[in-house]
Structure formats: structure tokens, C-alpha cells
Design a protein around this ligand. Structure first.
Ligand code: F6P
Length: 325
């Protein structure tokens, strides 16, 4: 006897926004409609489930968004959803609105929420969307490439003025507790030193000695890239200036890294991941996170995915130390 499958998919974006989230929403909506699902857009992450703030989506609801940054569904980090009362309300909304499937786009916190919904009968698929690239089960998260390009462009501009004044610039990039943005931006910008939370650094050896060595070969300006999880760029800049007498400025790139039109890579990856999520739901799967691994789109059990660990590649830092001098 065939089992009944709920044919409504709710889609939401949660946590910090990331360029390419719209492209995922577009892919989910169009793939789902193609397979005969009804699609509901849930606003402001899990908040929309608590308040019932949602709307019916059709193929034209996602027109003209593939190239747009931000998220047309809005996003939030919803603390109330984590309470028993809030969660019960969210579950009731799903039942009242006939939503039996949800695609959630966000980070680990978003997937934890999805796992709880799965335990209560809602089929959920998570898609990694964060500029931090810190989802362990996936080599790539939507938004990372765009953020990298934004940070690189900003630091290229900073380099002009740093060079003209023979200064040192300490640039703080985002990344929460991870250094992926810092490493890849630092390499692309030729940073003298890249500081990440995962690998301890030594102020004298990794900054001062490297500055001195570089100076002795004729270079007079320095770019240091640090991940936000490593402390204050202002304090580090002050310390460098006191120690070297080289005028040092701190620049915090901040939320500009989260905006902008998604790059080609983010749009393509978003399209593939969104399509894959719907394919999973169509096949009756639940409690999965879509991932990119070894060149392929694949998926993992949410609990297994949350247990996984990944860390920045120390060899990349060593390579950078050799060539960025
Ligand atoms: O997770 C994305 C991210 O931009 C992190 O890099 C950063 O630590 C955090 O979000 C900032 O969050 P908020 O937008 O709440 O300031």
C-alpha cells in the first residue's frame, strides 16, 4: 500500500544572510513546483513558523532574484524557536498550514532546528548557506565565494593607500570562529601574515620578524589579515605600531562582506543544492544536509553532519608564508 506523502514544502532562510540564498530559494521553488509540490515561503527564518508569516509561491515569485544579494524571505536568529513553547507553536503552524516538508537554508543552528522538526514528523532538508564556510560536512557553503571576492576587492583598495603611505594595515575579516575567509582572502591579497582562530600565532615570529625581513628586501608596506575570531584588529594594530614605529591602521571589513550580487560559483552551487534538496524530499528522505564533497553534490544525516569537524589547511598558511614576503 502506498504511503501518503505530504506535498507542501515550506522554504526558509535562517541565521546570517549570505549572497546566493535567493538563488537557492529560486531553485527550491522551481524544482518543487516542477515535481508538483505546493510551495510556501516562510519569512524571517523560524520566526515565520511561530507567527504564521508566510505566503504561497509560484514560479514567478522567484523571478529576478538569482542575481540579488540578501534574501527575499528575510532572515533572523530565532531564540524563541529554541524554547519548548516556541517550538510547539512552530509545529502547530506547520500542521495548521499543511506544511509537511521544510527546506532550511543556513548554518549549524538552522540545522539543529530542522533536526528537531524532523523528530516531530516534519521532513526537513538543510542547505549550507553562510559566508563563513564553516559547515563541517561540506567543502563549500553558499555565499563564501562572493564574500571572498568582496573582501579581496576591499583589500586591493586598501593596499593602494597602505602602499602610498608606507604603512601597515591590519584587516579584520568575518568568519565567526573559523578562518576560511581569512586564509583565502589573505592568499589572494598577498597578506604578509594571516591570523586564524584554528592555528596559534606568535606576535614576534609571525608579524615582527616577517615585517623586518620584508623591509630588508626593500618592501615598505604590509597587509596583515586576521579573522574576527582572533581578537581586536585595533589592539593588534596598536601593538604593531608601538613595536615597529610603522604607522599602522586597523580596518574592519564588517557586514559589507555579506552583501552584493552572488558570484557565478555561488549561483551555480545554489541552484544545484536547491535542486538536490527537492530531489531528496521527492524520494521521501528527511533529516539530511545537502553538501559539496570531492566535486559532487551529496547529502548527510543532520546528526552526523553536526558531529563532523573541519579545520583550515595549515599547508595553505605555510604556502602563503613562502610566497607573500
Ligand atoms: O555567520 C555569518 C556571520 O557574518 C559571521 O561571519 C559573523 O560572526 C556573524 O555572522 C555576524 O552576525 P551578526 O549579523 O548578527 O552581526
Amino acid at each position: 500500500m502506498a504511503t501518503y506523502q505530504n506535498r507542501t514544502i515550506g522554504v526558509l532562510t535562517s541565521g546570517g544572510d549570505a549572497p546566493g540564498m535567493n538563488a537557492v530559494v529560486r531553485a527550491v521553488v522551481r524544482s518543487a513546483l516542477h515535481k508538483g509540490f505546493r510551495v510556501v515561503g516562510i519569512r524571517r527564518g523560524y520566526n515565520g513558523l511561530l507567527t504564521g508569516d508566510m505566503f504561497e509561491m509560484n514560479i514567478r515569485s522567484v523571478s529576478e532574484i538569482i542575481h540579488r544579494g540578501g534574501t527575499i524571505l528575510y532572515t533572523d536568529r530565532c531564540l524563541e524557536f529554541q524554547t519548548a513553547e516556541g517550538f510547539a507553536r512552530a509545529l502547530k503552524t506547520c500542521r495548521d498550514k499543511g506544511i509537511g516538508n521544510i527546506v532550511t537554508i543556513g548554518g549549524d543552528g538552522t540545522f539543529r532546528g530542522a533536526r528537531e522538526l524532523c523528530e516531530n514528523g516534519i521532513s526537513c532538508i538543510g542547505i549550507p548557506g553562510t559566508i563563513d564556510n564553516d559547515i563541517a560536512c561540506s567543502e563549500y557553503t553558499i555565499g563564501f565565494d562572493t564574500a571572498l571576492n568582496t573582501a579581496t576587492e576591499m583589500i586591493d583598495k586598501l593596499r593602494d593607500t597602505t602602499m602610498s603611505h608606507n604603512r601597515c594595515s591590519v584587516v579584520e575579516v568575518m568568519g565567526h570562529k573559523s578562518g576560511y575567509l581569512a586564509v583565502n582572502t589573505g592568499i589572494a591579497c598577498g597578506a604578509l601574515t594571516i591570523i586564524v582562530p584554528e592555528i596559534p600565532y606568535d606576535f614576534e615570529r609571525d608579524i615582527i620578524e616577517r615585517m623586518n625581513n620584508t623591509q630588508s628586501t626593500g618592501k615598505r608596506h604590509f597587509i596583515i589579515v586576521m579573522a574576527e575570531g582572533c581578537g581586536s584588529a585595533y589592539e593588534l594594530a596598536k601593538r604593531i605600531e608601538e613595536r615597529t614605529n610603522i604607522t599602522t591602521r586597523a580596518t574592519i571589513l564588517g557586514h559589507v562582506q555579506r552583501g552584493g550580487s552572488p558570484t557565478n560559483r555561488d549561483r551555480v552551487m545554489a541552484s544545484q543544492m536547491g535542486f538536490h534538496a527537492v530531489k531528496l524530499l521527492e524520494a521521501g528522505a528527511s533529516n539530511r544536509v545537502v553538501a559539496y564533497k570531492n566535486g559532487l553534490i551529496c547529502d548527510f544525516d543532520i546528526s552526523e553532519a553536526l558531529e563532523m569537524k573541519k579545520t583550515v589547511d595549515a599547508d595553505l598558511l605555510r604556502m602563503s608564508e613562502t610566497i607573500s614576503i
